[in-house]
Write a protein that binds this ligand. Structure first.
Ligand code: ADP
Ligand code: ZN
Ligand code: MG
Length: 496
């Protein structure tokens, strides 16, 4: 094709992902070393002959890692084989002391799944080709520069052997924005399953493949035929570690390829590196092919029968189903249901409160008040997990009409979060207990006696008079009277 015709081509973007997620287990996938980084741990302190790859050391498969993978398989509606097997993927890199990675090849633990997600108000679903188990390599620390400019590089094997699941999608994405929405949804599901910790550094890493094809090749519902996908020159961008990073790296790569094609140049099939700080992708090497890895069976691990694990292992209700149930069962708005199912902890807590008191009160207090105040302070429900009983107590005080909603929100909840005090302590200290009925009635009579002008205005039909009297009562009771009750009592007295 000439540069002239190239310039006029309409192009469509094609993206497929290989997402690596660390599975949360106590110990590594093939040895007993801990997976939990200590705060001030020394490099290479959580290691043993197995994860250091010393000659003669033998791997032992961690059952918990397989169980976590089966949960993921169930959540993405994948098929799980009768028997799963491990392979050696051979390559030389300093973070991989054995010079091969134990991974899965022809009998992965999950195949043919799907994940649905919402993007810009639309439902999308992406096919998941496979999801397999493997070991995480160690980590490299480049000193004095980036991967290409460092003075030297240190290697730490503490991460080596952390269970990883590699989730490979079909090239079903049509924009970087879709990728971002998919990753958010994937994380949500993994967290619900209790197999993943999004707050851990590097717990999600993405290799993103992108190519540009003729817009004409995109058919009904976004489908593209296999030959077009096969022929398109694509790049694989490595070193992406966040949703926004993925979106940015892919947007960069998309315009880089588009520009090349429109100049009439070829897109090299290659592996590129995402430089987060510079916001660019850089060429690393020509893309390796499957045959380069010399896959062969891992003879030190026997095949594992997993045929009945799918029935044996239960998974919790997933966010989408729970959202629907919340709307039906508790009559919540879509917005409230979305907020209340944003994490499993929030949803569990809401249900606890809803059962003890009243779903509407629970929804207001968890979705609006609590999450609002937490958001404002940039903290998560998990950070106050030990104090949820106190939040329940606060809702109880409101439900029992012992304090006003306003005081509960503005004084008690904020005091709890800012000073760490218990709700009863704050109510006592600030004298927030609702004023007894007798006291309110006395304050109402006093307001009427002392404000004859306002009373006359009220009888003359002036709107503001009643509000003025309510204000007087609220003031004399120190804000602890219920404004609704005051209003009612005042009307009664004035009409007598
Ligand atoms: P390889 O053999 O190079 O590993 P695969 O067919 O196994 O290639 O696919 C690897 C990843 O590349 C998958 O995530 C897949 O969705 C993605 N992919 C395949 N074809 C394309 C394409 N034309 N454009 C973008 N991504 C693609
Ligand atoms: Zn070890
Ligand atoms: Mg591949």
């Amino acid at each position: 094709m000439t540069a002239q015709t190239a310039r006029s081509r309409d192009l469509a973007t094609v993206i497929g992902l290989e997402v690596h997620v660390q599975l949360e287990t106590d110990t590594k996938i093939f040895c007993g070393c801990s997976t939990e980084p200590a705060d001030d741990e020394e490099p290479n302190s959580r290691t043993c002959p197995v994860c250091l790859g010393l000659p003669g050391a033998l791997p032992v498969l961690n059952e918990a890692a397989v169980a976590a993978a089966v949960k993921v398989g169930k959540a993405i509606d994948a098929s799980i084989p009768e028997e799963t097997r491990f392979h050696r993927k051979n390559y030389y890199y300093p973070d991989l002391p054995k010079n091969f990675q134990i991974t899965q090849y022809d009998a992965p633990i999950c195949q043919d799944g799907e994940l649905a997600f919402g993007v810009e108000g639309e439902e999308r679903a992406v096919a998941i080709r496979r999801a397999h188990l493997e070991e995480d390599p160690g980590s490299l620390q480049h000193v004095g520069g980036g991967i290409d400019t460092a003075d030297y590089t240190l290697v730490d094997y503490n991460r080596a052997g952390t269970p990883l699941m590699e989730i490979v999608t079909e090239p079903d994405f049509r924009s970087p924005g879709e990728v971002r929405a998919f990753l958010a949804k994937l994380e949500e599901v993994l967290e619900y399953l209790g197999v993943f910790d999004a707050t851990r550094d590097g717990s999600l890493r993405v290799d993103a493949n992108l190519s540009m094809v003729d817009a004409d090749a995109v058919g009904e519902g976004g489908a593209i035929d296999a030959a077009t996908l096969e022929d398109a020159n694509r790049t694989e961008v490595k070193n992406i570690s966040s949703h926004t990073g993925a979106e940015k790296a892919l947007a960069y790569e998309q315009s880089r390829q588009k520009n090349a094609i429109q100049r009439g140049a070829d897109v090299e099939q290659e592996t590129r590196h995402w430089d987060e700080s510079k916001g660019v992708t850089l060429s690393m090497r020509t893309k390796e092919e499957e045959k380069d890895y010399r896959y062969f069976r891992e003879a030190d691990l026997p095949p594992l029968r997993v045929a009945d694990w799918k029935e044996r292992i239960a998974i919790p209700e997933l966010p989408a189903a729970r959202r629907e149930r919340f709307r039906g069962e508790y009559g919540l708005s879509r917005e409230a249901a979305d907020k209340l199912t944003s994490t499993k902890q929030v949803a569990d807590f809401f249900e606890e409160v809803a059962e003890a008191f009243d779903p509407n009160l629970a929804a207001t207090w968890v979705a609006d008040e609590l999450l609002g105040e937490l958001n404002y302070r940039d903290i998560h429900v998990t950070d106050i997990e030990g104090r949820l009983d106190e939040v329940t107590r606060l809702v109880e005080l409101v439900a029992a009409d012992e304090i006003t909603a306003k005081n509960a929100r503005e004084t008690v909840l904020r005091g709890m979060l800012d000073d760490g005090d218990a709700p009863d302590e704050i109510v006592e200290r600030e004298g927030l207990g609702k004023t007894g009925d007798d006291e309110v009635a006395a304050a109402v009579r006093e307001a009427i006696d002392e404000n004859s002008d306002a009373v006359a205005d009220y009888h003359a039909g002036e709107d503001g008079a009643l509000n003025f009297l309510v204000g007087q009562v609220m003031q004399s009771t120190g804000g602890s009277a219920d404004p609704g009750t005051v209003n009612e009592l005042l009307r009664e007295e004035l009409e007598d």
